[in-house]
Ligand binder design. Structure first.
Ligand code: SF4
Length: 97
């Protein structure tokens, strides 16, 4: 079976993740997210479902699931997010095959 014939879930499941337990590499400016409505955009666009909206309108971040695709960094710029790559050796390692 060619890699492209497998589902996205199957293809993502071969990647390896090394979680940085000490540092969250993503921080949301909650006030800005609420005021602009961009928190809902983060929830909608992240392919790894890192962001969830809480009943009070705040945005939770499950940073360990981040695929480091960079999509969210284009939603609202530095006013919305502080995002930096995980510390050396941490984060996602892509596997093909
Ligand atoms: S970099 Fe990609 S996977 Fe990570 S939080 Fe942003 S949109 Fe989600």
């Amino acid at each position: 079976m060619k890699p492209t014939e497998r589902s996205i879930h199957e293809r993502l499941s071969v990647n390896r993740y090394q979680t940085d337990e000490t540092t969250n590499h993503i921080e949301v400016n909650q006030d800005y997210a609420r005021a602009t409505g961009l928190g809902k955009v983060l929830v909608a666009i992240c392919p790894a479902h890192v962001y969830t909206e809480n009943p009070d309108g705040s945005i939770s971040v499950e940073y360990a699931a981040c695929l480091e695709c960079g999509t969210c960094t284009h939603v609202g710029g530095p006013e919305l997010l502080t995002w930096h790559p995980p510390a050396g050796g941490a984060g996602v390692s892509y596997r093909h095959g």
